[in-house]
Design a protein around this ligand. Structure first.
Ligand code: NAI
Length: 339
């Protein structure tokens, strides 16, 4: 793995603060897009997370109702609803973690890139507010196309002078969740004990599950590997088609988003060896953003792991997908420069 340079500022000034956090295990989480298909179940899972003491639900509509509803669940997290631009600052202030599932989802026949026009501007606006109101927060970007929205977020933070690559994550956990499930089904395994790293990006061919590194080690024929790879890459589309115009994955995404957010909080709290796959600023390939296994800690992203040994098939897919991922990244960077 590669260690990222640690910002001295973060090490010193946050030491006392993180010690206090560790003791109380109490974090403020803001969810932007909280009234949506992902936002609502994800808000519920966050309400159930004992590490969270304040949960801020923000959307451009309907959050007061969602917040009132969730606030009746008898767990410790105090829920507040915020609606509209005027209340965004208050929603964000003091957040340790901001999760962004705001934006439009796919309909049948659409690629994630088709969402760019609308979601790029939404993510940009929300990240400008994060830079202003909670620049130290970790940011989990769920809004698609993740391959481009993460570079957009990075651009916004750079412009604002708050960019720290250790605090920005594209959420690719659903790809891992799917690969685990599909492999378990195929081989009759209990999914609880199964793990499959997924690297690259979060769209079609850029999603590269590494079944050769599955835990436990599983014997698969080449045909099985190809089938599982394809199904993982097209898992999102499977749901979009089944929902037939009523959106994309929301429940499984909420589960995946909650898993990743919880890992971020565990890292912040000082827990050791918190490892997840995520789409981050990266030097393990020639692309500036790439999903791979990462270690989460008190500073957010602590370490980006190399890809490890790949099968010939995985190597071939990696070589083939890089051009698409590069285009997606460049599109995000360009949007940032022009807007
Ligand atoms: P949805 O349409 O049900 O909900 C989106 C919510 O965002 C709505 O409540 C809407 O009012 C809100 N919103 C729109 N503009 C906003 C703004 N400026 N500020 C705050 N909230 C705003 O969509 P759904 O199904 O929840 O999906 C959300 C996003 O997540 C989509 O872009 C989708 O493609 C993406 N997604 C990502 C996945 C991943 O693995 N990273 C998996 C599934 C979906």
């Amino acid at each position: 793995g590669r260690l990222l340079p640690l910002a001295r500022r973060t090490l010193c000034s946050s030491a006392a603060a993180s010690a206090a956090k560790e003791a109380s295990n109490s974090y403020k989480v803001a969810l932007l897009g909280a009234a949506g298909g992902i936002g609502q179940p994800l808000g519920m899972l966050m309400k159930l997370n004992p590490a969270i003491d304040r949960l801020s639900l923000y959307d451009i509509m309907a959050t007061p109702g969602v917040a009132a509803d969730l606030s009746h669940v008898n767990t410790a997290a105090k829920v507040s609803g915020f609606v509209g631009d005027d209340q965004l600052g208050e929603a964000l202030a003091g957040s340790d973690l901001v999760i962004i599932p705001a934006g439009v989802p796919r309909k049948p026949g659409m690629t994630r890139d088709d969402l760019f026009k609308i979601n790029a501007g939404i993510v940009k606006g929300l990240c400008e507010a994060i830079a202003k109101h909670c620049p130290q927060a970790l940011v989990n970007v769920i809004s698609n196309p993740v391959n481009s929205t993460v570079p957009i977020a990075a651009g916004v933070f750079k412009k604002a002078g708050t960019y720290d690559p250790r605090r920005l994550f594209g959420v690719t956990t659903l790809d891992v969740v799917r690969a685990r499930t599909f492999l378990s089904e195929k081989k009759g395994l209990n999914p609880a004990g199964v793990d499959v790293p997924v690297v690259g990006g979060h769209a079609g061919a850029t999603i590269l599950p590494l079944f050769s590194q599955a835990v436990p080690k599983v014997d698969l024929t080449q045909a099985e590997v190809e089938e599982l790879t394809k199904r993982t890459q097209e898992g999102g589309t499977e749901v979009v088609q089944a929902k037939a115009g009523k959106g994309s994955a929301t429940l499984s995404m909420a589960y995946a988003g909650a898993l990743f957010a919880d890992a971020c909080l565990q890292g912040l709290s000082g827990k050791k060896d918190v490892i997840q796959c995520a789409y981050v600023a990266s030097q393990i390939t020639d692309l500036p953003f790439f999903a791979s296994k990462v270690r989460l800690g008190k500073g957010g992203l602590e370490e980006v792991y190399d890809l490890g040994p790949l099968s010939d098939y995985e190597q071939k897919l990696l070589a083939e997908m890089k051009e698409q991922l590069k285009c997606n990244i460049d599109k995000g960077i360009k949007f940032g420069q022009e807007n």
